[in-house]
Design a protein around this ligand. Structure first.
Ligand SMILES: Cc1cc2nc3c(=O)[nH]c(=O)nc-3n(C[C@H](O)[C@H](O)[C@H](O)COP(=O)(O)O)c2cc1C
Ligand code: SF4
Ligand code: SF4
Length: 273
């Protein structure tokens, strides 16, 4: 069985978790291939002509996985006898319904569920803060848990015993309240797209290469980046621009996130299923 670890990652923590899973599998003599979903958002699909164990990782954005993760699962399809292990990277605010949504997308596509993880990470909206909570996460402790998960997944596949999606459902009551629920669409109305300072832009195209959602096109003469509707507000373009030409006001983020953490009261830990 081929182990494919596909991940969406803007600020790098989901990518680190993916590498930790790969190392955990390697400890058990199982080889795995990493696949950055930037390749998928630019039109590429990996080969799926044999049974897979698809590890699919997403950051939690507004309590959900990024939309192109579920789209990827559907587009890839599930070769007969395939398994899926979803994992989400979250910033210590709320894991919301992200893990179960990825699990459900896998079940809908025909996968058996092999396990999953919620991995505590540094919050990518706080990258400008000197004192960022969970700055070292995922760390060695998370790596050990993900290695344990890798072993559990391999065993479940060997004995043919799927993991129950019910076990992955978020049990924090406030997440279940309609008033507390967020969505990507709602978040897009609350957080504007990064704004371009055209005078500062040198048209190098780095932001378009970096964008995990392939939302940026270079247009005009001289070429300037334009952000399309696929933007998931990750601010990767703001972080990567060597000229500081993409602007985003992050000044309210620490206070806003602190109030959400207070509201959700979700224990800041990594959990495997
Ligand atoms: C637009 C946006 C929305 C986010 N929403 C949440 C959230 O609802 N809950 C949470 O715990 N973290 C949230 N985060 C933090 C990320 O889930 C977390 O930092 C994750 O590790 C980022 O993954 P990456 O480093 O692979 O990009 C959000 C980050 C961004 C940029
Ligand atoms: S990375 Fe910055 S300078 Fe380069 S094209 Fe994008 S906005 Fe312009
Ligand atoms: S345009 Fe910028 S903020 Fe939007 S998804 Fe792409 S990198 Fe992220």
């Amino acid at each position: 069985m081929k182990h494919l670890i596909a991940y969406a990652s803007s600020a790098g923590t989901t990518r680190r978790a993916a590498a930790m899973i790969r190392d955990g599998l390697a400890e058990r003599g199982v080889e795995a291939e990493l696949f950055d979903l930037r390749r998928y958002t630019r039109g590429e699909l990996p080969a799926a002509d044999e049974p897979l164990c698809l590890w699919i990782g997403s950051p939690v954005y507004a309590q959900h996985p990024v939309p192109y993760c579920a789209a990827f699962i559907k587009a890839l399809g599930a070769p007969e006898g395939s398994w899926c292990a979803p994992f989400v990277a979250w910033g210590g605010v709320s894991t919301g319904v992200a893990l179960e949504e990825l699990g459900q997308a896998a079940l809908d596509a025909g996968y058996n569920l092999a396990g999953g993880a919620r991995v505590l990470c540094a919050h990518s909206n706080l990258w400008r803060e000197a004192d960022r909570p969970h700055d070292d996460r995922p760390n060695a402790q998370d790596k050990a848990l993900l290695a344990e998960l890798a072993g559990t997944v391999v065993e479940r596949i060997e004995v043919g015993e799927p993991c129950d999606i019910e076990s992955m459902r978020q049990r924090i009551p406030v997440v279940l309240e309609a008033s507390a629920q967020m969505s990507m669409d709602k978040m897009r109305t609350m957080i504007p797209k990064p704004e371009l300072d055209a005078a500062a832009c040198i048209g190098c195209g780095l932001c378009a290469e970096e964008c995990p959602a392939a939302a940026i096109t270079l247009e005009g003469e001289p070429p300037l980046p334009h952000i399309g509707p696929a933007c998931v507000r990750c601010r990767g373009c703001v972080r990567v621009c060597p000229e500081g030409a993409f602007l985003a006001d992050m000044s309210g983020a620490p206070k806003h996130l602190a109030s959400l953490i207070e509201r959700f009261q979700e224990p800041a830990e990594t959990t495997i299923y």
